[in-house]
Design a protein around this ligand. Structure first.
Ligand SMILES: Nc1nc2c(c(=O)[nH]1)N[C@H]1C(S)=C(S)[C@@H](COP(=O)(O)OP(=O)(O)OC[C@H]3O[C@@H](n4cnc5c(=O)[nH]c(N)nc54)[C@H](O)[C@@H]3O)O[C@H]1N2
Ligand SMILES: Nc1nc2c(c(=O)[nH]1)N[C@H]1C(S)=C(S)[C@@H](COP(=O)(O)OP(=O)(O)OC[C@H]3O[C@@H](n4cnc5c(=O)[nH]c(N)nc54)[C@H](O)[C@@H]3O)O[C@H]1N2
Ligand code: SF4
Ligand SMILES: [Mo]
Length: 687
């Protein structure tokens, strides 16, 4: 029997409409859905590989309990009831003895169940939710909220006259619900593209101007652009007069960023800075596409703030073809579902790391190193357990060695995942999570919601939402959760007058885009203004205007190491999915021909990349390329080898073995993953 379904892919953050054919209960094919207004029929290699992932022979199929040592790979199968009981009993008993804050809830990159993790944490009573927020989306979110109270997305639909992709590569992955092809479509339809990136990416090749910036210095470039815009009076005077505070302070502050100084610090030639600034500022409409290239260094928060200031003073906030303020659906979604108000002030005040990174603390997330410290030193209080819902901590967070120590030491840990990753191998209980094809979910994006449907079932796998429902029931939190995921989805949809079944029929609901909303309602900040000079930040002890902290003052020599995501993987995922792994089977290091010559290394040789603190380093395969500056080397993030034994799998080529959680940005604790100084030596063993 053949049946056909529509759904939404989530092999990355894009959310592309897909049409799935099911034959005799098995998924037969997945193709792009031409009727989906977001993706218009597009599907990428990862989306196509979804079937391979769904039926992968190494999928976890049953709940398991570890029987050997941590990382030893020995587990025994148990049933769901026993597994849920063990996890619930541990949570309750540690809460009784050490307080709810001794249990940390953890989730990796957003997979549309984030609000479930927060609801679970808040109703259980722990203020500690761990995730990659600080190095991913949240510096962008919080810098924009502090400036104008909301978050934006680029209005590619209206074909901006100018698009600036700043530390973002939409050719690789569709991040934050914006499908990459929409950017390319706008460029084909006439948008002038600027790419600001230390690497000549495939996207940079399509750009009118590519600014090959020194990693980590973007805030200086932005301040230089601001200075030029103000000096030349290229700003939007009405917007500045009517809606901003602190323009005069900005004028004076930015005047220190002369073209010559900016060019010296950023390595971008003066004429290019001039051309790009002129093009952006004089365009009738211009949008920024911001990515993690600017959120993983110690200037992260202030870089984003400075870029938003450019957008604001040039009149591009919430205007057609500009940076549009989010229009979330009215469902009970990311904002209301977490039940933040349920966590008492007393518990909230115990959030780990909140004294250090005050703005991260406001989001509810904790900085990872504060969790590792609390596990290892019991300070400021002991952390006894960690429940990890889909994150490969050992490969994806800075300073993998300290994470290993903490996971070794913690009294209890749970991992839910599709595979027995190195992180899962450290867990006491491992639960088999379903893939996106096996779960019903409302996918919530910038201005629309869509239905992802359960089409398949692999063995005993369950969605994280089902797992949380089960845990909550066992822990006496049933009143806040549901007997079935469908009941929860009905609850979420109620404010818009749908239930899950009706929404599945509809499959996609978009809000009509509304522009210039601030003109009638003001900005959603305390003073209703666009805050250039930020009194709120000043009161918190942060610089009121964006500041630059030099990236490498503590190091003496070597290369600046940067890293990025790959088109054929999703963070650490898919290294075990053949069709994708075969596209790039090894962990490469990109190095300029002049540097290769200096180091005496040839293309295709193995090298060790190391730092003064970490002499052992990591092993990578050389690709000589003039796509990067001779002073920079470039590595793929989150590499691991599913085919190797535990001890080598996550250590051998994982760049986070040499990144540190020091030198983070002051506001969000964004680890410095893309601006550390390292050295290279030839690997003795070349096989
Ligand atoms: N050096 C360096 N490090 C980086 C980065 C970088 O650029 N450079 N990028 C950072 C960024 S932006 C991020 S967001 C983090 C990502 O960090 P993580 O979120 O930890 O990374 P992933 O590899 O995407 O996912 C981890 C696991 O989730 C599992 N998984 C997939 N779907 C599901 C599901 O529905 N449920 C469950 N339970 N599990 C699932 C996968 O099998 C995988 O093992 O990495 C960061 N690390
Ligand atoms: N295929 C695929 N898609 C993905 C992911 C994936 O791993 N693979 N990961 C998902 C996740 S979790 C996220 S957060 C997004 C990430 O999506 P993006 O933010 O687009 O991620 P990257 O490609 O890592 O980084 C973008 C660019 O920043 C550049 N860069 C590095 N350092 C600097 C710098 O100092 N300044 C500037 N200006 N640029 C710099 C890199 O060279 C890179 O080209 O993508 C999501 N989608
Ligand atoms: S871009 Fe992302 S969401 Fe779209 S098909 Fe590819 S993996 Fe799926
Ligand atoms: Mo991310």
């Amino acid at each position: 029997m053949v049946s056909i379904f529509k759904s939404i892919c989530r092999m990355c953050h894009g959310g592309c409409g897909v049409v799935i054919t099911l034959k005799n209960g098995r998924v037969q094919s997945i193709i792009g859905d031409k009727d989906n207004p977001n993706s218009k029929g597009f599907i990428c290699l990862k989306g196509k590989a979804s079937i391979e992932l769904l039926y992968h022979p190494d999928r976890l199929k049953y709940p398991m309990k570890r029987v050997g040592k941590r990382g030893g790979g020995q587990f025994k199968t148990i049933d769901w009831d026993e597994a849920i009981c063990i996890v619930a009993e541990n949570c309750i008993s540690y809460r009784g003895e050490y307080g709810a804050e001794s249990m940390v809830m953890c989730q990796g990159t957003d997979r549309n169940y984030q609000e479930w993790i927060f609801r679970f944490a808040n109703t259980f009573g722990t203020p500690n939710v761990l995730g990659p927020a600080h190095i991913c989306f949240y510096p962008r979110l919080m810098a924009s909220i502090f400036t104008f109270g909301e978050f934006t997305f680029p209005d590619f639909e209206s074909v901006p006259e100018c698009i600036v992709a700043w530390g973002s590569n939409k050719m690789n992955g569709s991040s934050d619900g914006v499908v990459g092809i929409r950017l390319l479509e706008a460029v084909e339809n006439g948008s002038q593209l600027v790419v600001i990136d230390p690497k000549r990416t495939r996207l940079a090749e399509k750009a009118k101007y590519w600014l090959q910036i020194k990693p980590g210095t973007d805030v200086v470039l932005a301040l230089g652009m601001i200075n030029m815009i103000i000096q030349n009076e290229w700003f939007d005077k009405d917007f500045v007069n009517d809606y901003t505070v602190g323009f005069d302070e900005l004028r004076e502050y930015a005047s220190e960023y002369s073209l010559e100084k900016v060019s010296n610090i950023t390595w971008v030639p003066p004429d290019l800075i001039e051309k790009v600034t002129h093009m952006y500022a004089r365009a009738n409409s211009a949008a920024f596409d911001l990515g993690t290239g600017v959120t993983q260094n110690k200037n992260s928060f202030d870089t984003i703030r400075s870029v938003y200031i450019i957008s604001g003073i040039c009149g591009n906030i919430d205007e057609p073809g500009g940076d549009i303020i989010w229009q979330p659906s009215n469902i009970i979604g990311r904002r209301k579902f977490p039940l933040t108000e349920h966590l008492s002030e007393k518990q909230a005040s115990k959030r780990l790391g909140s004294d250090k990174y005050k703005i991260l603390a406001m989001t509810g997330w904790v900085p990872p190193e504060a969790v590792w410290d609390a596990i290892l030193t019991k300070k400021p209080y002991p952390v006894k357990g960690i429940l990890i819902f889909g994150s490969n901590l050992l490969t994806n967070y800075a300073n993998s060695k300290s994470i290993y120590k903490a996971l070794q030491q913690v009294d209890f840990s749970l991992v839910t995942d599709l595979f027995l990753t190195p992180t899962a191998q450290m867990a006491d209980i491992v639960l088999p999570a379903s893939s996106w094809l096996e779960r019903d979910q409302i996918v919530e994006f910038n201005s629309f919601i869509a239905a992802r449907r359960k089409i398949a079932q692999v063995d005993d796998c369950k969605s994280d939402e089902e797992i949380i429902n089960l845990l909550a029931a066992k822990m006496g939190l049933g009143e806040y959760f549901w007997n079935s995921v469908e009941d929860a989805l009905d609850f979420k949809l109620k404010p818009i007058g749908y239930n899950w079944k009706q929404f599945v029929e509809k499959s996609y609901i978009a809000n009509d885009l509304e522009y210039s909303k601030y003109r009638t309602k003001g900005f959603k900040t305390k003073n209703n203004k666009f805050n250039i000079y930020n009194e709120g930040l000043k009161r918190m002890g942060y610089p009121p205007l964006p500041q630059y902290i030099p990236i490498n003052e503590v190091y003496s020599s070597g290369y600046i190491l940067s890293s990025g995501h790959l088109p054929f993987s999703f963070n650490s995922e898919f290294r075990n999915v053949d069709s994708l792994r075969n596209k790039e089977p090894f962990p490469y290091i990109y190095i300029h021909p002049l540097s290769a010559e200096k180091e005496g290394i040839r293309d295709g040789e193995w090298v060790i990349v190391y730092t003064d603190q970490n002499y052992d380093g990591v092993r990578l395969l050389v690709k000589i390329s003039d796509n990067i500056d001779p002073r920079v080397i470039y590595i793929t993030a989150a590499w691991w080898y599913p085919e190797l034994e535990f001890s080598e799998a996550w250590t051998k080529s994982n760049i986070n073995m040499i990144t540190t959680d020091e030198c983070a940005d002051l506001q969000m604790g964004a680890s410095n993953l893309r601006g550390i100084i390292c050295k290279i030596r030839k690997e003795k063993c070349q096989v």
